[in-house]
Design a protein around this ligand. Structure first.
Ligand code: TRP
Length: 334
């Protein structure tokens, strides 16, 4: 692609409120990749429809996620930041790839099993073929790398299987994507139950710090965070609460865990928690200010959306045309 840079593709669903875990675990690392790779960052709004959404809220949330990407520092000029649903090639390729995906493969997806159990009243076919749409996302842009968390690894594997199967039948159509193994993003756990990941869908709102939480809320949540029985501030398996707070602190301050441990040597949990809250606020504050500013720049954001939709569609349609041709679909007269 452009400048012979390798292509990197990732995105987040427009579901729920993003947490500090999403930022420190994913977004913050995305920022470091923008110059080295040709990056596509999608707002995965089609995937969100596998669970019921309230239309008016959903519309706002999807737009807000795109604005948040930019407020967090992703560069819509250097990279492509766009809505999945604005590029119809995603839905089209997803159908075509459905015909190259086996029920048995999809049946093995652990996320499907988990989600089906959670939404027993709405186990729709979209939930089942979710990984095929994800394969379409990635393959349309001929992505070399996909930065993803552990929970999406199985989906990347099936993407590779589908692509290899297709290439085996029709020649080299798709780049086979690999997981991006860069500097691992911090893994942030719930403040209330450090054995669980900090999650957008946690019922206990005190477990998660949301990116839009105000400074006082952050202080309150940090103060309430569960700790461990002794009073030492050190990183250890038997101290999951304090270890998690150390992880948050060092990640926000761009320090190593060892540096953080030294800094708080001999200090009490109370002081430490306040310092963690301050560190979090030093990251969230400027992001929120920028987010509020961008909210008011409607024309500017609309312009970015338009430009990036076109950029994405250009690459996606190129792949789609190739696929259509290989499959023997009739050509559209010009
Ligand atoms: N399924 C991903 C998640 O929930 C989001 C996603 C959709 C995605 N399509 C993708 C991630 C393509 C990477 C590449 O996190």
């Amino acid at each position: 692609m452009l400048d012979d840079k390798k292509v990197l593709y990732s995105g987040m669903q427009a579901t729920g409120n993003l947490t500090l875990g999403n930022y420190l675990g994913a977004l913050k690392n995305w920022l470091t990749l923008k110059d080295e790779y040709e990056c596509f960052w999608g707002v995965m709004d089609l995937h969100s429809l596998t669970v019921r959404q309230v239309p008016a809220e959903f519309r706002k949330r999807a737009r807000n996620l795109l604005i948040l990407y930019i407020a967090a520092g992703l560069d819509p000029k250097a990279n492509c930041i766009y809505f999945q649903s604005h590029v119809s090639a995603h839905a089209e390729l997803s159908w075509l790839l459905n015909c190259f995906t086996y029920m048995g493969e999809l049946n093995r997806m652990t996320q499907f099993k988990d989600k089906a159990a959670k939404h027993a009243d709405n186990i729709n076919a979209g939930l089942f073929t979710y990984p095929v749409l994800m394969a379409a996302d990635i393959l349309l842009y001929q992505a070399d790398y996909v930065p993803i968390g552990k929970d999406q690894k199985q989906h990347l594997e099936i993407t590779r299987d589908i692509a290899e199967r297709f290439n085996g039948l029709y020649g080299d159509v798709f780049t086979i994507p690999e997981p991006y193994i860069g500097k691992a993003g911090a893994k942030i756990m719930s403040l209330q139950d450090p054995s669980k990941k900090m999650s957008k869908s946690d019922e206990n709102v005190n477990g998660s710090i949301y990116l839009m939480d105000d400074a006082d809320t952050v202080v309150r949540k940090c103060k309430r965070a569960v700790t461990d029985s002794d009073s030492e501030i050190r990183y250890a398996e038997e101290k999951p609460g304090i270890s998690n707070l150390l992880e948050i602190y060092s990640s926000c301050m761009n320090k190593t865990i060892e540096e953080a441990e030294k800094e708080f040597d001999g200090k009490g949990y109370g002081d430490f928690k306040l310092a963690v809250a301050e560190a979090v606020n030093s990251v969230l504050g400027p992001m929120q200010t920028e987010y509020e500013r961008l909210q008011k720049e409607k024309d500017f954001i609309d312009g970015i959306i338009k430009e990036n939709d076109e950029k994405a569609a250009y690459y996606a349609n190129k792949t789609l045309r190739k696929v259509r041709k290989k499959l023997g679909l009739t050509e559209k007269p010009r």
